[in-house]
Ligand binder design. Structure first.
Ligand SMILES: NC(=O)c1ccc[n+]([C@@H]2O[C@H](COP(=O)([O-])OP(=O)(O)OC[C@H]3O[C@@H](n4cnc5c(N)ncnc54)[C@H](OP(=O)(O)O)[C@@H]3O)[C@@H](O)[C@H]2O)c1
Length: 367
Protein backbone atom coordinates (compact mmCIF):
# COMPACT_ATOMS: atom_id res chain seq x y z
CA UNK A 1 0.00 0.00 0.00
CA UNK A 2 2.79 2.33 1.04
CA UNK A 3 4.60 1.52 -2.21
CA UNK A 4 1.53 2.43 -4.31
CA UNK A 5 1.23 5.77 -2.47
CA UNK A 6 4.90 6.44 -3.10
CA UNK A 7 4.51 5.80 -6.80
CA UNK A 8 1.44 8.02 -6.98
CA UNK A 9 3.34 10.90 -5.36
CA UNK A 10 6.29 10.41 -7.65
CA UNK A 11 4.10 10.10 -10.75
CA UNK A 12 2.17 13.28 -9.89
CA UNK A 13 5.46 15.04 -9.36
CA UNK A 14 7.03 13.80 -12.55
CA UNK A 15 4.04 14.82 -14.65
CA UNK A 16 3.31 18.17 -12.98
CA UNK A 17 6.74 19.57 -12.13
CA UNK A 18 7.62 22.45 -14.44
CA UNK A 19 10.82 21.06 -15.88
CA UNK A 20 13.60 23.14 -17.31
CA UNK A 21 14.89 21.86 -20.63
CA UNK A 22 17.84 20.06 -19.09
CA UNK A 23 16.43 18.79 -15.84
CA UNK A 24 17.74 15.61 -14.27
CA UNK A 25 16.22 13.88 -11.27
CA UNK A 26 18.86 12.50 -8.92
CA UNK A 27 18.46 9.37 -6.77
CA UNK A 28 21.38 9.51 -4.34
CA UNK A 29 22.49 6.45 -2.42
CA UNK A 30 24.97 7.17 0.37
CA UNK A 31 24.79 10.33 2.42
CA UNK A 32 28.14 10.05 4.22
CA UNK A 33 31.08 12.38 3.63
CA UNK A 34 30.85 12.49 -0.17
CA UNK A 35 27.04 12.16 -0.48
CA UNK A 36 26.36 15.00 2.01
CA UNK A 37 28.94 17.22 0.35
CA UNK A 38 27.30 16.48 -3.01
CA UNK A 39 23.90 17.58 -1.69
CA UNK A 40 25.57 20.76 -0.41
CA UNK A 41 27.27 21.43 -3.76
CA UNK A 42 24.04 20.83 -5.69
CA UNK A 43 22.33 23.45 -3.46
CA UNK A 44 25.19 25.91 -3.89
CA UNK A 45 25.61 25.54 -7.64
CA UNK A 46 21.91 25.69 -8.58
CA UNK A 47 22.00 29.23 -9.98
CA UNK A 48 25.32 28.99 -11.78
CA UNK A 49 24.45 25.70 -13.50
CA UNK A 50 21.11 27.11 -14.59
CA UNK A 51 22.72 30.27 -15.96
CA UNK A 52 25.72 28.64 -17.65
CA UNK A 53 24.20 25.46 -19.01
CA UNK A 54 20.43 25.68 -18.48
CA UNK A 55 20.82 22.63 -16.23
CA UNK A 56 18.51 21.92 -13.30
CA UNK A 57 19.40 19.17 -10.84
CA UNK A 58 16.48 18.03 -8.68
CA UNK A 59 17.32 15.52 -5.97
CA UNK A 60 14.16 13.46 -5.59
CA UNK A 61 15.57 10.57 -3.57
CA UNK A 62 18.30 10.14 -0.98
CA UNK A 63 19.12 7.18 1.23
CA UNK A 64 21.70 5.65 3.49
CA UNK A 65 21.76 2.04 4.68
CA UNK A 66 19.00 2.66 7.26
CA UNK A 67 16.67 5.40 6.04
CA UNK A 68 15.45 7.02 2.84
CA UNK A 69 13.69 10.20 1.80
CA UNK A 70 11.73 10.59 -1.42
CA UNK A 71 10.45 14.10 -1.97
CA UNK A 72 8.37 15.12 -4.95
CA UNK A 73 9.34 18.79 -4.52
CA UNK A 74 13.05 18.00 -4.62
CA UNK A 75 15.13 17.79 -1.47
CA UNK A 76 18.12 19.65 -0.06
CA UNK A 77 20.84 18.77 2.44
CA UNK A 78 18.77 20.51 5.15
CA UNK A 79 15.72 18.39 4.26
CA UNK A 80 17.85 15.26 4.45
CA UNK A 81 19.13 16.26 7.89
CA UNK A 82 15.81 17.40 9.38
CA UNK A 83 12.89 15.68 7.66
CA UNK A 84 11.35 12.49 9.01
CA UNK A 85 12.46 9.57 6.88
CA UNK A 86 11.19 6.13 5.91
CA UNK A 87 13.01 2.94 6.64
CA UNK A 88 15.37 2.18 3.78
CA UNK A 89 13.86 -0.23 1.29
CA UNK A 90 16.13 -0.89 -1.69
CA UNK A 91 13.18 -2.34 -3.66
CA UNK A 92 11.07 0.80 -3.20
CA UNK A 93 14.02 3.09 -3.96
CA UNK A 94 14.85 1.16 -7.13
CA UNK A 95 11.23 0.90 -8.24
CA UNK A 96 10.68 4.63 -7.75
CA UNK A 97 13.74 5.38 -9.87
CA UNK A 98 13.12 2.87 -12.64
CA UNK A 99 9.33 3.07 -12.85
CA UNK A 100 8.44 6.50 -11.40
CA UNK A 101 7.85 8.11 -14.80
CA UNK A 102 10.74 10.54 -14.58
CA UNK A 103 12.01 12.26 -17.71
CA UNK A 104 15.74 11.92 -16.91
CA UNK A 105 16.48 10.03 -13.69
CA UNK A 106 20.15 9.60 -12.67
CA UNK A 107 21.39 7.13 -10.08
CA UNK A 108 24.26 8.44 -7.95
CA UNK A 109 26.19 5.92 -5.86
CA UNK A 110 28.15 7.40 -2.95
CA UNK A 111 28.36 4.14 -1.00
CA UNK A 112 31.14 1.58 -1.20
CA UNK A 113 28.66 -1.27 -1.23
CA UNK A 114 29.39 -4.41 -3.27
CA UNK A 115 25.70 -5.28 -3.06
CA UNK A 116 24.67 -1.96 -4.64
CA UNK A 117 27.35 -2.34 -7.35
CA UNK A 118 25.71 -5.67 -8.20
CA UNK A 119 22.62 -3.77 -9.44
CA UNK A 120 24.50 -1.53 -11.91
CA UNK A 121 23.89 -3.77 -14.91
CA UNK A 122 20.14 -3.74 -14.33
CA UNK A 123 20.04 0.01 -13.66
CA UNK A 124 22.18 0.85 -16.68
CA UNK A 125 19.62 -0.77 -19.00
CA UNK A 126 17.63 2.45 -18.70
CA UNK A 127 19.09 4.83 -16.11
CA UNK A 128 22.55 6.46 -16.18
CA UNK A 129 24.87 6.05 -13.21
CA UNK A 130 27.33 8.47 -11.66
CA UNK A 131 29.48 6.73 -9.06
CA UNK A 132 32.19 7.46 -6.53
CA UNK A 133 32.37 3.77 -5.66
CA UNK A 134 35.14 1.59 -7.10
CA UNK A 135 33.33 -1.67 -6.37
CA UNK A 136 31.71 -2.23 -9.78
CA UNK A 137 34.67 -1.27 -11.96
CA UNK A 138 37.07 -3.38 -9.87
CA UNK A 139 34.91 -6.53 -9.89
CA UNK A 140 35.41 -9.28 -12.50
CA UNK A 141 36.54 -8.08 -15.94
CA UNK A 142 33.47 -9.63 -17.57
CA UNK A 143 31.23 -7.45 -15.38
CA UNK A 144 33.35 -4.37 -16.03
CA UNK A 145 33.03 -5.01 -19.78
CA UNK A 146 29.27 -5.47 -19.59
CA UNK A 147 28.83 -2.20 -17.71
CA UNK A 148 30.83 -0.33 -20.34
CA UNK A 149 28.73 -1.74 -23.16
CA UNK A 150 25.41 -0.43 -21.86
CA UNK A 151 23.68 2.46 -23.60
CA UNK A 152 22.97 4.62 -20.55
CA UNK A 153 25.73 6.98 -19.39
CA UNK A 154 28.25 5.67 -16.86
CA UNK A 155 30.42 8.25 -15.06
CA UNK A 156 33.14 7.04 -12.68
CA UNK A 157 36.02 9.55 -12.87
CA UNK A 158 36.01 9.74 -9.05
CA UNK A 159 37.19 6.10 -8.89
CA UNK A 160 40.85 7.03 -9.32
CA UNK A 161 42.49 10.15 -7.85
CA UNK A 162 39.09 11.61 -6.83
CA UNK A 163 38.83 14.86 -8.85
CA UNK A 164 42.20 14.54 -10.62
CA UNK A 165 41.86 14.01 -14.40
CA UNK A 166 43.64 10.64 -14.45
CA UNK A 167 41.03 8.39 -16.07
CA UNK A 168 39.86 11.15 -18.40
CA UNK A 169 43.46 11.71 -19.61
CA UNK A 170 43.85 7.99 -20.34
CA UNK A 171 40.52 7.99 -22.21
CA UNK A 172 41.59 11.05 -24.17
CA UNK A 173 44.89 9.38 -25.21
CA UNK A 174 43.00 6.29 -26.31
CA UNK A 175 40.57 8.34 -28.39
CA UNK A 176 43.54 9.64 -30.40
CA UNK A 177 44.66 6.03 -31.05
CA UNK A 178 47.67 6.57 -28.79
CA UNK A 179 49.09 3.54 -26.97
CA UNK A 180 49.73 3.71 -23.24
CA UNK A 181 53.07 2.10 -22.48
CA UNK A 182 53.61 2.79 -18.81
CA UNK A 183 51.79 4.27 -15.83
CA UNK A 184 53.31 4.90 -12.43
CA UNK A 185 51.24 6.36 -9.61
CA UNK A 186 50.89 7.08 -5.93
CA UNK A 187 47.17 6.44 -5.54
CA UNK A 188 46.72 6.62 -1.77
CA UNK A 189 46.60 9.97 0.04
CA UNK A 190 47.24 8.18 3.33
CA UNK A 191 50.32 6.30 2.11
CA UNK A 192 51.52 9.41 0.29
CA UNK A 193 51.34 11.36 3.57
CA UNK A 194 53.10 8.61 5.54
CA UNK A 195 56.11 8.29 3.24
CA UNK A 196 56.31 12.02 2.42
CA UNK A 197 56.48 12.78 6.16
CA UNK A 198 58.85 9.95 7.15
CA UNK A 199 61.99 11.87 8.13
CA UNK A 200 64.91 11.52 10.56
CA UNK A 201 63.70 11.64 14.19
CA UNK A 202 60.23 10.23 13.36
CA UNK A 203 59.16 6.64 13.97
CA UNK A 204 56.90 5.06 11.35
CA UNK A 205 54.45 3.79 13.99
CA UNK A 206 54.14 7.33 15.41
CA UNK A 207 53.40 8.67 11.94
CA UNK A 208 50.62 6.13 11.39
CA UNK A 209 49.13 7.11 14.76
CA UNK A 210 49.33 10.80 13.83
CA UNK A 211 47.69 10.12 10.45
CA UNK A 212 44.88 8.28 12.22
CA UNK A 213 44.37 11.16 14.67
CA UNK A 214 44.24 13.62 11.76
CA UNK A 215 41.47 11.54 10.14
CA UNK A 216 43.73 10.55 7.21
CA UNK A 217 43.23 6.82 7.78
CA UNK A 218 40.26 4.49 8.09
CA UNK A 219 39.30 3.69 11.72
CA UNK A 220 41.52 0.61 11.33
CA UNK A 221 44.64 1.98 9.57
CA UNK A 222 45.36 -1.48 8.14
CA UNK A 223 42.51 -0.86 5.67
CA UNK A 224 44.81 1.74 4.09
CA UNK A 225 48.14 0.03 4.77
CA UNK A 226 47.12 -3.27 3.16
CA UNK A 227 47.25 -1.61 -0.28
CA UNK A 228 43.89 -3.05 -1.40
CA UNK A 229 42.41 0.34 -2.24
CA UNK A 230 45.50 1.11 -4.33
CA UNK A 231 45.11 -2.27 -6.06
CA UNK A 232 41.47 -1.46 -6.97
CA UNK A 233 42.55 1.88 -8.45
CA UNK A 234 45.40 0.29 -10.40
CA UNK A 235 43.06 -2.39 -11.74
CA UNK A 236 40.56 0.22 -12.96
CA UNK A 237 43.38 2.32 -14.46
CA UNK A 238 44.81 -0.71 -16.29
CA UNK A 239 41.40 -1.62 -17.68
CA UNK A 240 40.84 1.95 -18.85
CA UNK A 241 44.24 1.81 -20.54
CA UNK A 242 42.95 -1.18 -22.52
CA UNK A 243 44.22 -4.19 -20.58
CA UNK A 244 42.04 -7.19 -19.80
CA UNK A 245 43.06 -7.66 -16.20
CA UNK A 246 41.77 -9.33 -13.02
CA UNK A 247 42.67 -8.42 -9.44
CA UNK A 248 44.71 -11.64 -8.95
CA UNK A 249 47.11 -10.51 -11.69
CA UNK A 250 48.26 -7.51 -9.68
CA UNK A 251 51.49 -8.25 -7.81
CA UNK A 252 51.01 -6.52 -4.47
CA UNK A 253 54.09 -6.46 -2.23
CA UNK A 254 53.12 -5.62 1.33
CA UNK A 255 55.57 -3.44 3.21
CA UNK A 256 54.34 -4.56 6.64
CA UNK A 257 54.91 -8.00 8.16
CA UNK A 258 52.05 -10.48 8.53
CA UNK A 259 52.07 -10.01 12.31
CA UNK A 260 50.64 -6.49 11.83
CA UNK A 261 47.71 -7.73 9.73
CA UNK A 262 47.06 -10.73 11.97
CA UNK A 263 46.87 -8.60 15.16
CA UNK A 264 43.46 -9.07 16.77
CA UNK A 265 42.82 -5.38 17.48
CA UNK A 266 44.02 -1.94 16.39
CA UNK A 267 45.88 -1.58 19.74
CA UNK A 268 47.70 -4.85 19.17
CA UNK A 269 48.46 -3.77 15.59
CA UNK A 270 50.28 -0.70 16.94
CA UNK A 271 52.30 -2.93 19.29
CA UNK A 272 53.39 -5.12 16.36
CA UNK A 273 54.11 -2.04 14.22
CA UNK A 274 56.39 -0.58 16.93
CA UNK A 275 58.47 -3.78 16.83
CA UNK A 276 58.97 -3.10 13.11
CA UNK A 277 60.10 0.55 13.56
CA UNK A 278 63.86 -0.24 13.44
CA UNK A 279 63.41 -2.05 10.09
CA UNK A 280 61.56 0.93 8.63
CA UNK A 281 64.10 3.42 9.93
CA UNK A 282 66.87 1.34 8.36
CA UNK A 283 65.05 1.22 4.99
CA UNK A 284 64.64 5.02 5.05
CA UNK A 285 68.26 5.67 6.04
CA UNK A 286 69.54 3.36 3.31
CA UNK A 287 67.41 5.13 0.68
CA UNK A 288 68.54 8.56 1.90
CA UNK A 289 72.21 7.52 1.84
CA UNK A 290 71.72 6.82 -1.90
CA UNK A 291 69.97 10.20 -2.44
CA UNK A 292 66.56 8.52 -2.66
CA UNK A 293 63.13 8.68 -1.00
CA UNK A 294 60.59 5.94 -0.23
CA UNK A 295 57.31 5.95 -2.15
CA UNK A 296 54.49 3.39 -2.37
CA UNK A 297 54.14 3.05 -6.14
CA UNK A 298 51.55 1.38 -8.33
CA UNK A 299 52.97 0.50 -11.74
CA UNK A 300 51.65 -0.74 -15.06
CA UNK A 301 54.23 -1.68 -17.65
CA UNK A 302 54.17 -4.16 -20.55
CA UNK A 303 50.70 -5.22 -19.46
CA UNK A 304 51.94 -6.19 -15.97
CA UNK A 305 50.66 -4.48 -12.83
CA UNK A 306 52.54 -4.29 -9.54
CA UNK A 307 52.48 -2.32 -6.31
CA UNK A 308 55.46 -1.97 -3.99
CA UNK A 309 57.48 0.30 -1.76
CA UNK A 310 60.32 1.76 -3.82
CA UNK A 311 63.18 4.18 -3.38
CA UNK A 312 63.16 6.90 -6.06
CA UNK A 313 65.95 9.36 -6.87
CA UNK A 314 65.82 13.08 -7.69
CA UNK A 315 65.23 12.45 -11.39
CA UNK A 316 61.93 10.69 -10.64
CA UNK A 317 58.76 12.85 -10.73
CA UNK A 318 57.63 11.39 -7.37
CA UNK A 319 60.76 12.43 -5.45
CA UNK A 320 59.34 15.85 -4.51
CA UNK A 321 55.82 14.60 -3.70
CA UNK A 322 54.50 16.31 -0.55
CA UNK A 323 51.55 16.34 1.86
CA UNK A 324 48.93 13.76 0.97
CA UNK A 325 48.91 14.40 -2.78
CA UNK A 326 48.30 11.70 -5.36
CA UNK A 327 50.43 11.64 -8.50
CA UNK A 328 50.29 9.74 -11.79
CA UNK A 329 52.90 9.67 -14.53
CA UNK A 330 51.57 8.42 -17.88
CA UNK A 331 53.82 7.47 -20.81
CA UNK A 332 52.54 6.58 -24.24
CA UNK A 333 53.70 6.27 -27.84
CA UNK A 334 53.08 10.01 -28.29
CA UNK A 335 54.34 10.99 -24.81
CA UNK A 336 57.47 8.86 -24.73
CA UNK A 337 60.29 11.34 -24.03
CA UNK A 338 58.51 12.99 -21.11
CA UNK A 339 55.44 11.49 -19.46
CA UNK A 340 52.24 13.38 -18.64
CA UNK A 341 52.33 14.04 -14.89
CA UNK A 342 49.12 14.74 -12.96
CA UNK A 343 49.42 15.69 -9.30
CA UNK A 344 47.14 17.06 -6.59
CA UNK A 345 44.73 16.09 -3.81
CA UNK A 346 43.43 12.62 -4.64
CA UNK A 347 40.87 12.33 -1.86
CA UNK A 348 38.54 14.45 0.25
CA UNK A 349 34.81 15.02 0.16
CA UNK A 350 34.97 18.40 -1.64
CA UNK A 351 36.95 17.31 -4.71
CA UNK A 352 35.24 13.91 -4.88
CA UNK A 353 31.72 15.36 -4.70
CA UNK A 354 32.70 17.95 -7.33
CA UNK A 355 33.67 15.31 -9.88
CA UNK A 356 30.45 13.41 -9.12
CA UNK A 357 28.56 16.65 -9.71
CA UNK A 358 30.35 17.07 -13.03
CA UNK A 359 29.16 13.60 -14.04
CA UNK A 360 25.56 14.59 -13.31
CA UNK A 361 25.97 17.81 -15.31
CA UNK A 362 27.55 15.95 -18.26
CA UNK A 363 24.64 13.53 -18.26
CA UNK A 364 22.11 16.36 -18.20
CA UNK A 365 23.84 17.96 -21.22
CA UNK A 366 23.49 14.80 -23.29
CA UNK A 367 20.97 15.09 -26.12
N1 LIG B 1 35.95 10.25 1.01
C1 LIG B 1 36.79 10.39 -0.02
O1 LIG B 1 37.73 11.21 0.02
C2 LIG B 1 36.60 9.59 -1.28
C3 LIG B 1 37.41 9.82 -2.39
C4 LIG B 1 37.20 9.09 -3.57
C5 LIG B 1 36.19 8.14 -3.60
N2 LIG B 1 35.46 7.91 -2.48
C6 LIG B 1 34.42 6.88 -2.55
O2 LIG B 1 33.16 7.50 -2.32
C7 LIG B 1 32.28 6.59 -1.69
C8 LIG B 1 31.70 7.25 -0.43
O3 LIG B 1 32.77 7.59 0.43
P1 LIG B 1 32.48 8.34 1.82
O4 LIG B 1 33.79 8.79 2.29
O5 LIG B 1 31.37 9.30 1.65
O6 LIG B 1 31.97 7.11 2.73
P2 LIG B 1 31.09 7.20 4.06
O7 LIG B 1 31.24 8.51 4.72
O8 LIG B 1 31.42 5.97 4.82
O9 LIG B 1 29.58 7.10 3.53
C9 LIG B 1 29.08 5.94 2.96
C10 LIG B 1 27.57 6.08 2.84
O10 LIG B 1 27.05 4.96 2.14
C11 LIG B 1 25.91 4.46 2.86
N3 LIG B 1 25.73 3.05 2.55
C12 LIG B 1 26.60 2.03 2.71
N4 LIG B 1 26.04 0.87 2.27
C13 LIG B 1 24.80 1.18 1.82
C14 LIG B 1 23.73 0.45 1.27
N5 LIG B 1 23.83 -0.87 1.05
N6 LIG B 1 22.58 1.11 0.94
C15 LIG B 1 22.46 2.43 1.16
N7 LIG B 1 23.44 3.20 1.68
C16 LIG B 1 24.58 2.58 2.01
C17 LIG B 1 26.27 4.71 4.30
O11 LIG B 1 25.11 4.63 5.09
P3 LIG B 1 25.20 4.36 6.69
O12 LIG B 1 25.84 5.58 7.27
O13 LIG B 1 23.79 4.17 7.09
O14 LIG B 1 26.05 3.12 6.84
C18 LIG B 1 26.84 6.13 4.19
O15 LIG B 1 25.78 7.07 4.10
C19 LIG B 1 33.12 5.33 -1.40
O16 LIG B 1 32.92 4.39 -2.42
C20 LIG B 1 34.55 5.84 -1.45
O17 LIG B 1 35.49 4.84 -1.81
C21 LIG B 1 35.61 8.62 -1.34
Amino acid sequence: MKKIFLFLCLFLFSSSYAESERQVQVFLLGTGLVGSELLHQIDQSREILQQQYGVEIVVVGAANSKTMLLNSAGLTLEDWKKSPKDLMSWDSFLDAMLNGGFSHPVFVDCTSSVEVAGFYEEILQTVPIVTASKKANSSLFEKYKNLHEKDAGFYYDANVGAGLPILSTIQSLKRSADEITRIEAVFSGTLSFLFNSFKEGVLFSELVKRAQEMGYTEPDPRDDLNGMDVARKLLITAREAGFTMEMEEIKLEMFLPDSCFKAASVEEFYERLKEYDPVFTEKRRKAESEGKRLRFIAKLENGKASISLQAVDQSHPFYHLSGNDNIASISSKHYCRNPIVIQGPGAGATVTAAIVLEGIVLESLKD
